[in-house]
Write a protein that binds this ligand. Structure first.
Ligand code: GLC
Length: 786
């Protein structure tokens, strides 16, 4: 049964696949598939790119960021030798050549199916769990009564290094291709790799991998040069090799390196055959050839695919949600977890931002997803990785490149504070205080305990305050786009005041924390609370920042950008606002910022570039941080609503920017229904309500959290799980199964039947505690009647 169908597709019956039935989606609807090292992005048209470890510094194949034409990728062609007819088993590059086109994006794989006359094709793309490669499993079936003789061609352009290779004529001269006839594989190497490292290896370093393209059956020919394949002035939709059916069988240097293998096969009436192609970047020639060899065996390929399915099932099915809202269930039971892990923690790349680096605050926040999924040790791994990118003086890298291990020392005021933030949440989830004593190196040498890493971050943040006690914003805070506000070191951030207040109080409440620290942190928190309320209250809301010159951002006095969401929501989340101000601040947010498709980050949007504000004001009005719905921040509004106004308010807001709900009008919304966008255009944009930057950081992990905590009311605390049991209108019950401290909590919240009294039962015994009990059991059954 199709779930939540729209004009282009639907969620499969079990919700684990999104099925696209019409490939002319308003924007590319992609899948980001990765095993944590190797990965690929594939669109519904079959376009996309591949990488290893870093999607920008170590791209295998060429791709251009043209989301409108979406015509760069790694492709297959099929050719019927009896009449020379050819087509592609995906929408690109040959266009509309297939009937019954269907794309199934699943967790860890994508399948593209179609039919041309009586020949059915299906290509399954996936990345094995433990190898630096991808596999395209092509299945062809002859549904007719004629014998078919077919040729199959692959096509991809080798990039092999930093993307884009904007000076292709320079780069191509360093690439060498070779056909290994024993293994029937094309190999490609490159003796230049531009890595951003400050050493004399600039333009004097080889790409250390061996790229390979193999097939499960022996190729009958190959092309390794783009002009050989396309022909003079040829096009991808009509390449010479495919038109003529003849390969050049030429490889070497001086070409414009591509990978095209040609295979032939016969299909009797009713017969089906499978061919697997393997593409990857191996550490050396031996590994390349052994991977080619390994995946020649179709049984091995199927086993690897099955392992991928089971892997994602295991990772995302530990959390299950059953509510009367199908959109909520679909996102909670897999898709949000998948997006956060595959897209953000593993790949860190997608069509709108190809990235590949680690953002200090970004991947820490994304890694919160592991807590909800019951894998807290993976959050700790992420914490350790980020702590190792902190300098001894407490400052961290704003982002860094894996492979090059270089990055940008952060001038953003908040970056370093996400380390204690995520550590605190790890502690709430696990109560594993031993983590604080784990020794972790600093980026510039030496090492210290995780506790010390966090304390050094606090010390820096506490030092960076203005004469009147508000945190300095420096080159920006969570909002990267406010990069000019305090560049000279005088501007202040009100959001930072709320955030730091929250963290200081939370840290000071940790059992076993040093007495002096506790006293100092409490005092500092009180001082921040006092300062923010004395100086930053604008009458009906908190202003957002002050500039180096002393003017206000996010104030009634501001010409544009008069009210900012984060300065209000975090006043509630951190407890800096008293209840009257909390109500007033959120009422103002509602009045000025809430739109039918989500809460805007600020309003009104900047229409003039303002050099005192930064690049935020340079975005078109209503886009991204400039007055769009910024989903990451919108999630905080859901959590604040829950605190202040209860479940209905939180749920309504959560649903207002829920992708499968918005994508009911897919042409308008444009983004994928199965993943979060980074932003949705605001009222001043050309197309208000249109999604952008899908698969983006921050959005999925926080949206899941906003759902579990904000809507379902289930929170992890040191003392245990707490359920703020309440149901939105129209719900008679919900069920949540969530792992916590070794047990599966199977929680049902339901409305009392007439005459029944409310209460909480744990394993059938009444329970009056504020937190759910902790005890050794596989499953702890909780029933709450409201
Ligand atoms: C982007 C950045 C993130 C930042 C946000 C708001 O998502 O990656 O670090 O917090 O924009 O500016």
């Amino acid at each position: 049964m199709a779930q939540l169908p729209n004009a282009y597709g639907y969620f499969s019956d079990d919700g684990r696949e999104y099925v696209i039935t019409c490939p002319d989606t308003p924007m590319p609807w992609v899948n980001v598939i990765s095993n944590g090292d190797y990965g690929l992005v594939i669109s519904q048209a079959g376009s996309g790119y591949s990488w290893r470890t870093h999607a920008s510094l170590n791209r295998l194949t060429r791709w251009e960021q043209d989301l409108i034409r979406d015509e760069w990728g790694k492709y297959l062609y099929l050719r019927d030798t009896s009449n020379g007819e050819f087509w592609s088993p995906t929408r690109q590059p040959c266009g509309e050549t297939l009937e019954q086109y269907r794309v199934r994006h699943g967790m860890g794989y994508t399948v593209i199916e179609g039919q041309r006359g009586s020949l059915a094709s299906q290509v399954t793309y996936f990345v094995p769990l433990d190898a630096p490669c991808e596999i395209w499993l092509l299945r062809l079936e002859n549904l007719g009564d004629q014998f078919r003789h077919l040729q199959v061609f692959t096509y991809l352009e080798w990039l092999l290094g930093a993307a884009p290779d904007w000076h292709r004529e320079f780069h191509r001269t360093f690439i060498e291709t070779q056909f290994n006839s024993e293994h029937g594989a094309l190999l490609a190497t490159k003796v230049l790799w531009e890595l951003p490292v400050e050493s004399k290896t600039h333009w004097n370093r080889s790409w250390p991998y061996v790229a390979f393209l193999g097939a499960s059956e022996a190729p009958v020919g190959f092309d390794a040069d783009k002009r050989d394949f396309l022909g003079r002035h040829g096009t991808l939709s009509r390449p010479q090799t495919v038109v003529t059916g003849r390969c050049s069988n030429r490889a070497g240097r001086w070409g414009d390196a591509i990978g095209s293998l040609s295979l032939e096969l016969d299909l009797a009436p009713g017969e089906a055959r499978e061919i697997a192609f393997t593409l990857g970047a191996a550490d050396d020639l031996d590994q390349a050839l052994s991977l080619v060899k390994k995946y020649k065996d179709i049984v091995v390929v199927h086993t690897a695919l099955q392992a991928v399915r089971e892997h994602w099932q295991a990772l995302t099915c530990t959390l299950t949600v059953e509510t009367p809202d199908p959109a909520l269930n679909l996102l909670a039971n897999g898709w949000l977890g998948y997006q956060a892990i595959s897209g953000r923690l593993y790949g860190r790349t997608a069509y709108y931002q190809t990235g590949g680096a680690y953002g200090f605050r970004d991947q820490l926040q994304d890694s919160l997803v592991w807590l909800l999924l019951g894998y807290p040790e993976k959050t700790l791994e992420q914490i350790r990785l980020h702590a190792a990118h902190q300098f001894q003086d407490g400052i961290v890298l704003h982002w860094w490149h894996p492979l090059a291990e270089t990055g940008l020392r952060s001038d953003y005021s908040d970056d370093l504070l996400w380390l204690p933030f995520v550590t605190l949440h790890y502690l709430y989830e696990t109560a594993d205080f031993t983590c604080l004593e784990q020794e972790i190196p600093f980026y510039d040498g030496g090492s210290a305990s995780l506790r010390e890493h966090c304390l050094r971050a606090f010390e820096v943040a506490l030092r960076r305050r203005s004469p009147r006690g508000l945190p300095l914003i420096l080159k920006g805070d969570w909002n990267d786009g406010l990069n000019a506000v305090g560049a000279e070191g005088r501007g202040e951030s009100v959001w930072m005041a709320h955030f730091l207040h929250y963290l200081l109080r939370a840290w000071a409440s940790l059992p076993g924390e040093n007495e002096d620290t506790v006293v100092r942190f409490r005092r500092a928190a009180d001082a921040l609370r006092e300062a923010v309320n004395r100086h930053a209250w604008d009458g009906a809301w908190y202003w957002r920042a002050s500039t180096d010159a002393g003017s206000l951002v996010g104030s009634r006095q501001s010409r544009e950008g008069q009210i900012f969401l984060n300065a209000q929501t975090w006043a509630i989340l951190s407890g800096t606002a008293d209840s009257q101000r909390a109500r007033q601040a959120m009422a103002s947010a509602r009045e000025h910022l809430y739109s039918p498709y989500g809460p805007l980050l600020l309003a009104p949007a900047y229409t003039q570039s303002d050099p005192e504000i930064g690049y935020l004001s340079r975005y078109a009005p209503g886009t991204r941080e400039n007055g769009g719905v910024y989903c990451h921040a919108a999630c905080w509004a859901v959590l604040a609503e829950r605190r202040l106004n209860g479940v209905q308010a939180a749920y309504d807001l959560w649903r207002s920017f829920c992708p499968p709900v918005r994508a009911a009008d897919a042409d308008h919304y444009a983004g994928e229904p199965y993943v979060m966008p980074g932003n949705v255009a605001g009222p001043q944009a050309a197309i208000p309500g249109q999604a952008g930057w899908t698969w983006y950081t921050g959005s999925a992990a926080w949206y899941l959290r906003a759902l579990i905590e904000g809507v379902l009311g289930v929170e992890a605390h040191l003392e245990g799980l707490q359920v703020h049991a309440a149901l939105p209108d129209g719900w008679d019950r919900y069920r949540l199964q969530r792992r916590f401290r070794g047990a599966l909590y199977d929680i049902t919240v339901r409305r009392a039947a007439p005459g029944e009294s409310p209460g909480c039962w744990v394993d059938d015994r009444p329970w009056l505690g504020e937190y759910l009990p902790l005890y050794a059991a596989d499953t702890i059954r909780v029933e709450i009647v409201v």
